[in-house]
Design a protein around this ligand. Structure first.
Ligand SMILES: *Cc1c(COP(=O)(O)O)cnc(C)c1O
Length: 386
């Protein structure tokens, strides 16, 4: 039986024509027509100016620099996330301060941000707040924006996992002062590797582009007044991005359908609960996540992962929170017990948009049979619930 993986690339077929154009025109470089077109098309999709970069991590690095983060600064960051949300804080010599999630969204708890800012106001306010949109769902950004606005602290929205989601009708990644996306191979659409930075301030996007191209001053000489990076996206990969972006909304529907099939299939099982879908927006369900309550479910989360692995199904725990990482052990953290609990009980199941009904049934029945429930005969190819 072939292995079912967590989240794999899913090409539409249209990508190769753009890649071929890059070869035909010899634009095999970090400049070229695919690159400019991808930035324009992506900018149109989210409604903001955009610069294509080598990775989402590079985009966070440049985004934090745009917000003025430097040596010795504090930066608030969601603790329940992938390490790439926090590492660029360190690249800039700043110190992360982590903020816990709430159970309603699994994302940064607005009331904890308020408390953290209130307590920092007497000493040193953070230079920025990195708000992560986890697993395809936006954080509750309105109250976070409100409170950050009161203290004049800018927001970097890490929407690496949430491209295609929205918050009160606004695209994920457009609710902060800077927004960041990833096209890593396991994300909802991919360029094999890549990222995008967006901002309502076109001058900031241009500045990020300048830094991403080694920050060379205008003129003939290779003169440099600022530190730059080699962070551009390749014109070949931008071609893949163009083909992928065209079918993003379909990929969102497919990922949501997968998540809601799991939800229905586990409804009668005690002790396995889906990640909540907040009412304020559209959750892409980039990954289908569940909480396993060992006492009710009868099996621990880790035993479930092991059983799936034996059935040749890849699954993984919810992110290990940053405040529990050896790397960030000494950092301040507001709260932390919710993220720790979600990490302990949370599992991510195979969620590829290309996952067939047959393969999903295999995953579902491996879970059901482990706890002695009857296997399902088939899955309905229904569109997802509202
Ligand atoms: C994937 C991811 C990133 C990093 O993106 P890359 O393109 O892999 O560098 C950043 N933040 C989060 C939350 C991610 O999931």
């Amino acid at each position: 039986m072939k292995r079912i993986l967590l989240s794999i690339p899913h090409m539409s077929g249209a990508e190769t024509a753009y890649v071929q154009q890059a070869f035909d025109s010899n634009w095999l470089s970090t400049a070229g027509p695919n690159l400019s077109a991808f930035e324009v098309e992506f900018g149109n999709y989210v409604g903001l100016p955009a610069v294509a970069l080598a990775s989402g991590t590079a985009a966070i690095h440049l985004g934090l620099r745009l917000l003025g983060v430097g040596q010795g600064d504090k930066v608030f960051c969601s603790t329940l996330t992938f390490a790439a949300s926090a590492n660029p804080i360190r690249y800039l010599g700043a110190d992360p301060v982590f903020v816990d999630s709430n159970y309603e969204t699994w994302n940064m708890d607005p009331s904890l941000v308020a408390e953290a800012l209130r307590r920092s106001a007497s000493g040193k306010l953070p230079k920025a707040v990195v708000v992560v949109d986890l697993y395809g769902q936006c954080a509750d950004l309105e109250p976070i924006r409100e409170i950050c606005g009161q203290y004049g602290v800018p927001i970097l929205e890490d929407a690496a996992e949430a491209l295609g989601a929205n918050y009160r009708g606004k695209p994920a990644g457009t609710l902060g002062d800077v927004g960041v996306f990833s096209f890593n191979g396991n994300k909802i659409i991919t360029t094999t590797g890549g990222g995008m930075l967006v901002s309502a301030r076109a001058a900031w996007v241009n500045k990020a582009r300048f830094w991403s191209q080694q920050a060379r001053d205008p003129g003939l000489a290779y003169q440099h007044s600022e530190i730059g990076y080699n962070y551009s996206m390749s014109n070949v990969l931008a071609g893949i991005g163009r083909g992928q972006l065209a079918i993003l909304d379909l990929r969102v529907r497919q990922r949501r359908a997968i998540a809601f099939r799991y939800r229905r299939a586990f409804e009668d099982l005690p002790g396995i609960k889906p990640m909540p879908q907040a009412s304020y927006g559209l959750h892409t369900n980039w990954l289908s996540c569940f909480l396993v309550e060992e006492t009710e479910f009868g099996v621990s989360r880790d035993a479930l992962i092991a059983t799936l692995d034996d059935a040749n199904v890849e699954s993984r725990p919810v992110w290990k929170p940053m405040h529990l990482q050896p790397l960030y052990r000494d950092c301040e953290c507001y709260g932390g017990s919710v993220a720790a609990d979600l990490f302990r009980k949370g599992i991510c199941l195979p969620s590829s948009s290309s996952l067939s009904l047959e393969d999903q049934l295999r995953v579902i029945n491996a879970v059901r049979m482990l706890v002695g429930a009857s296997p399902l005969n088939q899955l309905a190819d229904a569109e997802c619930a509202p």
